[in-house]
Design a protein around this ligand. Structure first.
Ligand code: ADP
Ligand code: ASP
Ligand code: MG
Length: 431
């Protein structure tokens, strides 16, 4: 569990302050928005328009289309083993391709441009390959580029470890974090995240066609939605936004309509703001461990040391003094988690370990739940009415999450979205 926001801070090494009269705008374009030559030229046009209206623009790009997934598949075809350093070398190439193409397209529109890798842009990170955290931004080259009147294109999702000197990646969706961290470092007024949907919706619009676009959502709620699987913004980017007071504007790269503002306070408050789901986790159960102090620590300490990000934990104690401990982990870490769990189970003479990859998590999120009881009961009622079994439950003051069978997840989100409609209404409009 890495829920503390200890990692949400980084240093911002400053040059002696140069006053720049123009506002700095940071625009991040996701994979779909730079998926082919035409879309890259569209991005270039948007960037150039923003510059021509008197702004300095820093562009953060993702890898084209699904190319990160394709590179991962390619690596797996070449080798069955884990190669964290080489994997990061490979994956950072994706963003490097789009940054160079984007710079070419901008120069073709008669605006000077310069692309920079994460390392060249001064994004310094921890050395944890595949899940590095930004520790410092030394944006001198970015600032120098802007001062020369250039559009500066930065490869998202990557940095360099000052200790190992190796390139690192920030985890899936990490370009969002690059963009918001750069916006903070450059003291931009806000950060624009251009994507393939119109903004943040009340549920994933690809699963719930009746989902509504939100005009505004608080950092607090967005953080819970992102951590619960709403992939439209990486949770860490929201942490940066909140920590450094950078409003985030999530919007479509296909038209100019306003999207969703993620900010400290919203005009309206609803009991429920959104429903998120996550199909990327597996559930592990260790059966029949002794019910005594130290057992949970013996299991979760080595998992944490191995970098396995444990999410939900449920322990059931039976009368015979034995306990079952279930927890969820990202499926990518499932084999490591199984090995560690089996070792710990054996050392306690436990009955065995089960791994179930066929699960999904559904979460209902809203700041209004702090002062409204009964949403959990309503959620459980809706799920039971549709014959959906709840395998695990966890809550925060503004979130209720249930683990269900993977095959039930779409039905769960759609029925919850429909049944909980009144709770989505702004508070003052409700009777
Ligand atoms: P990008 O490549 O632009 O970073 P992502 O695929 O990472 O785009 O994120 C956008 C996707 O997030 C959407 O296509 C949508 O399917 C998904 N998504 C999940 N939950 C939500 C939500 N609540 N609102 C909007 N989009 C969501
Ligand atoms: N290309 C990376 C990914 O697919 C980073 C990103 O798109 O934000 O996860
Ligand atoms: Mg993304």
């Amino acid at each position: 569990m890495r829920r503390s926001d200890g990692g949400a801070t980084f240093k911002m090494s400053m040059l002696p302050t140069l006053r720049r009269p123009m506002a700095v705008v940071v625009q991040k374009y996701g994979g779909t928005s730079v998926a082919d030559a035409t879309r890259i030229r569209n991005v270039a046009r948007r960037v150039v328009n923003t510059i021509r209206t008197g702004n300095s623009v820093v562009v953060v790009v993702s890898a084209m289309g699904k190319s990160t997934d394709e590179l991962i598949t390619l690596a797996r075809a070449v080798s069955e083993h884990e190669h964290p350093r080489e994997m990061d070398m490979l994956l950072t190439a994706g963003e490097r391709i789009s940054m160079a193409l984007c710079a070419m397209a901008i120069e073709d529109l008669d605006v000077p441009a310069m692309s920079l890798t994460g390392s060249q842009a001064g994004i310094l990170t921890t050395g944890a390959h595949g899940r590095a955290e930004i520790v410092d931004i030394r944006a001198d080259r970015v600032r120098a580029g802007l001062d020369e009147g250039k559009a500066v294109i930065v490869a998202g999702f990557q940095g360099v470890s000052p200790t190992s000197k190796d390139v690192t990646t920030l985890g899936r969706g990490g370009s969002d974090a690059t963009a918001v961290a750069l916006a903070a470092s450059l003291e931009a007024d806000f950060c624009e995240i251009y994507t393939d949907v119109d903004g943040v919706f009340t549920a994933d619009p690809r699963v719930v066609p009746s989902a509504r676009k939100l005009d505004e959502v608080t950092y607090e709620e967005m953080l819970e939605l992102s951590a619960a699987g709403a992939g439209v913004l990486m949770a860490r980017s929201v942490e940066f936004g909140r920590r450094y007071g950078i409003p985030i504007h999530v919007r479509s790269s296909f038209h100019d309509d306003p999207g969703t503002w993620v900010k400290e306070k919203t005009m309206e408050e609803a009991i429920i703001r959104g429903i998120a789901h996550d199909t990327s986790e597996a559930k592990i159960t260790v059966h029949g461990v002794p019910d005594r102090p130290g057992v949970a620590a013996a299991l979760f300490e080595p998992l944490s040391e191995a970098g396995v990000n444990v999410d939900m934990i449920v322990q059931n104690v039976s009368r015979e003094g034995a306990a079952d401990i279930s927890f969820t982990v990202p499926r990518a870490g499932q084999d490591r988690a199984r090995e560690i769990s089996e070792r710990v189970a054996e050392s306690f003479g436990a009955a065995g370990v089960d791994v179930n990859p066929g699960i999904a998590k559904v979460s209902v999120v809203g700041a209004g739940m702090k002062s409204e009881s009964g949403i959990a009961a309503e959620m459980f009622h809706v799920l039971s009415k549709h014959g959906i079994n709840i395998e695990m439950i966890s809550t925060s003051p503004i979130r209720i999450s249930c683990v269900v069978r993977a095959e039930d997840v779409d039905k769960a989100i759609r029925t919850l979205h429909e049944a909980l409609q009144p709770e989505f209404e702004p508070e003052e409009e409700r009777i």
